[in-house]
Design a protein around this ligand. Structure first.
Ligand SMILES: [Ca+2]
Ligand SMILES: [Ca+2]
Ligand SMILES: [Ca+2]
Length: 295
């Protein structure tokens, strides 16, 4: 009896791979089948009713796209007491990586890794940045020239720092912005006065925040893009926006809660250099929760 039951359970178990509800119904019907003809009749009737209902439910259910996850290569190296940020500093369409913190040998470090294989391989570009811990790294185009610059905050070997590195197109140099040092806290970008350049908000440990207005960063042209989800995810987190202006294509993504205890302005800022118009804007946000519209 048990053997027959298990034998009948086999096909039902295999059916469960296609639909869990159908498999459970079949399994229970098989167990009751051994208890008498009256029960057999009722279970047959139940089965006859439930199977068409299950098939109807299958037909009525919205189709779900198959989802797979592929493990990529490990990120370049582990850090302790640090921060991380993604940004496409060389405008090749692949998000690159900035990292700061203690490395595996206990040395303070700040590094930029070039994404050389769609996330599968990374190359340390040897940017020569000041190493920090207890802080963060932030990509942002402070001068609107179309190339992402890097803000580095935290505790260096010589004290607390907030350093702005200018992206020259062939490397990163200290912009000499004279920003106040940040101790065990963070800094973020956002255009708080809506004048087209990115300002800086520093969240100080055990002290009031410091707001630094960018004066002169909007001498180049710029565009601010706000994305809104149409169903849920109203903040459009995860939306990737691609713009092209004067033949240069840039990408950015709406990110939330990134790096160290903080997040940037949810609007995406693109510096356009001398380009007077944006030739194309593309937002990729397909999901079962709806698409995003951007303005
Ligand atoms: Ca890149
Ligand atoms: Ca720049
Ligand atoms: Ca501003």
């Amino acid at each position: 009896m048990t053997a027959r039951f298990r034998a009948r359970a086999g096909p039902a178990a295999r059916a469960s791979a296609a639909n869990h509800d159908v498999a459970i119904t079949s399994h229970r019907a098989s167990a009751q089948h051994e208890k008498g003809s009256r029960m057999r009749s009722s279970t047959r009737l139940l089965h006859l009713l439930l199977v068409p209902l299950a098939l109807f439910a299958l037909a009525a259910a919205p189709a779900r796209a198959a989802v797979t996850f592929t493990r990529l290569a490990p990120l370049p190296f582990p850090v302790n007491q640090g921060g991380v940020d993604f940004g496409d500093y060389d405008n090749d369409g692949l998000l690159d990586l900035a990292v700061c913190g203690y490395d595996s040998t206990g040395v303070r470090t700040t590094r930029i890794f070039h994404n050389t294989g769609n996330g599968a391989s990374w190359t340390d570009i040897g940017a020569g940045l000041v190493g920090v811990i207890g802080g963060t790294v932030r990509w942002g185009d402070y001068d609107g020239d179309g190339r992402l610059d890097l803000l580095v905050t935290g505790q260096s070997a010589s004290g607390d720092v907030c350093l702005l590195y200018h992206n020259t197109g062939s490397g990163f140099v200290n912009a000499g912005a004279g920003l106040p040092g940040v101790h065990n806290s963070t800094a973020v970008w956002g255009d708080v006065d809506n004048d087209g350049d990115l300002d800086i908000l520093i969240n100080n440990l055990d002290g009031p925040p410091t707001l630094l207005r960018n004066d002169g960063g909007n001498r180049n042209n710029w565009v601010l893009i706000k994305c809104v989800g149409t169903k849920s995810n109203r903040s459009a987190i995860g939306t990737r926006v691609k713009i092209t202006a004067n033949g240069r294509t840039q990408i950015d993504e709406v990110m939330s809660g990134s790096s160290y205890y903080s997040q940037n302005d949810l609007r995406l800022h693109f510096g356009l250099g001398r380009a007077a118009r944006v030739e194309s804007v593309d937002a990729n946000s397909s999901s079962e929760y709806g698409r995003s519209s951007c303005a």
